[in-house]
Design a binder for this molecule. Structure first.
Ligand code: LLP
Length: 427
């Protein structure tokens, strides 16, 4: 979050409110999102790409109705990947023509709902889906704007590169062996479809632009083949999301304007070389917008020093509110936020309350040796893929999302209750 500081008592404040007040009002654990920071990042992406490009926020990173309204007000579009995300977007008033619908296994019901509501584009992910979407659109008397998602064959070599563009995986249609060209051929023949472009998403938490360079080169190669074969210049190219954020001080993310400049230059250069009109570019950042804008506020519970090893610090949440450490070996930092301390740092591991030894929130951290039950600690950069991947494991209740702005806090997703849990259990 951008508006973080400490008050005269050493208590951390965000958006003009101190964390002790937040914990009293909303309880812990809680995700605290800085609305001004979210809006600033959304605006920075929007501004960096300008009027000739579109920014689709990837809702899978974190979606709620308040977030949809912020995005709408800041002029961003929205990428959804399920009926649930679509319902959230529509219910918060995102105009359907600014929504893109993704997914490798959209149901016929989801496709029907998307088309009936008039979504701006559906991203086709397989040969079967090309036919399915065309058929549904036609039966509704519509012509649906679509992109075809291709896998460009970029290999993932670094661990930052949670790759999705190599060919041996479930997403997209490979460029290899003329498969993507065949998909274009079929899509162009179907009356229910208006093929507007090609889509590529190469992976997540990426710092190095070279993967995008290869992807753009290969996608433009396909656009050129399409022009040569069909005499059609497809007007759009979407390069997906995946730009990395700083989880620890080792990570060095690029600014939106640098990314926009690099991507625009790559596409323009490739198109000039192929003598194509430069298509309208779109991108789909999720993590880069919401990730840094929130932290998770926990209360310290049991503290267990293990001689010669480390001290286990248990918090009142864990893998149910942040699965990323257990799932990806993700690295986070943590800080004591309810007071300052001059005590020596101790090697700590922040763990949750779940019945699983892999229930780790922060694997290696230094916290002051006088840490005590009741202290508040915060884990930054939990805005993306934490609440959206949260579970009820052990029937632990999912935390609320609290937004802070100019000295006020507001619950945007309320804390789950035992009633919520029991409502689903109809046995
Ligand atoms: N567009 C498409 C088609 C995607 O599949 C994704 C992410 C994005 C955009 C947004 O990517 P971002 O800018 O947020 O990196 N759960 C994992 C990340 C999975 C990403 C899936 N797709 C994690 O926690 O790291």
């Amino acid at each position: 979050a951008q508006t973080v500081g400490r008050d005269e008592d050493g208590v951390v404040t965000v958006g003009g409110i101190d964390v002790k007040t937040l914990a009293e009002e909303h309880g812990t654990p809680a995700y605290v999102v800085d609305e001004a920071d979210f809006r600033a990042r959304a605006r920075a992406w929007r501004g960096a790409f300008g009027a000739d490009a579109d920014v689709f926020y990837a809702g899978k990173a974190f979606l709620s109705r308040a977030v949809v309204r912020w995005l709408h007000e800041e002029g961003l579009n929205l990428d959804v990947c399920s009926g649930g995300e679509l319902a959230t977007a529509l219910s918060a008033g995102m105009p359907a023509d600014r929504i893109a619908f993704h997914g490798n296994n959209k149901s016929s019901e989801e496709i029907t709902r998307a088309i009936e509501n008039g979504v701006g584009r559906i991203v086709l992910d397989s040969f079967q889906e090309i036919v399915r979407v065309a058929h549904i659109a036609q039966s509704l008397g519509k012509r649906q704007r679509v992109q075809i998602r291709v896998t460009v064959g970029v290999e993932a070599h670094t661990h930052e590169f949670i790759a999705t563009a190599h060919e041996d995986q479930k997403f997209g249609i490979p460029l290899a062996g003329g498969q993507a060209a065949e998909a274009v051929r079929r899509a162009l023949k179907l009356d229910g479809l208006e093929l507007i472009g090609i889509h590529s998403h190469i992976g997540s938490q990426i710092f190095d632009m070279s993967g995008f360079e290869v992807a753009a080169h290969r996608v433009v190669g396909l656009l050129k083949d399409v022009r040569d074969e069909h005499g059609v210049e497809l007007p759009e190219i979407d390069l997906g999301g995946g730009l990395g954020i700083a989880y620890t001080s080792d990570d060095d993310p690029r600014e939106p304007h640098e990314i926009a400049k690099a991507l625009t230059e790559i596409v323009t250069r490739e198109c000039e070389a192929a003598r194509l009109r430069t298509p309208r570019i779109s991108v789909e950042p999720g993590r880069a917008i919401v990730g840094p804008t929130a932290f998770t506020l926990y209360e310290v519970g049991t503290i267990k020093p293990l001689d010669g090893l480390r001290t286990y610090v248990s918090v009142d949440g864990g893998m149910s509110d942040n699965i990323r450490t257990a799932l990806y070996d993700a690295e986070y930092t943590v800080a004591l936020v309810s007071r300052t301390s001059d005590a020596q740092p101790m090697l700590a591991r922040v763990v949750g309350k779940h019945c699983e030894s892999g229930d780790i929130v922060v694997k290696d951290a230094f916290l002051p040796a006088d840490l005590a039950p009741g202290d508040l600690i915060a884990v930054p950069a939990t805005g993306a893929y934490c609440r959206s991947m949260a579970s009820n494991y052990n029937h632990v209740l999912r935390p609320p999302v609290v937004s802070v702005h100019e000295g006020e806090s507001r619950v945007i997703v309320r804390r789950e209750t035992e009633e919520d849990l029991l409502r689903l259990d109809v046995g």
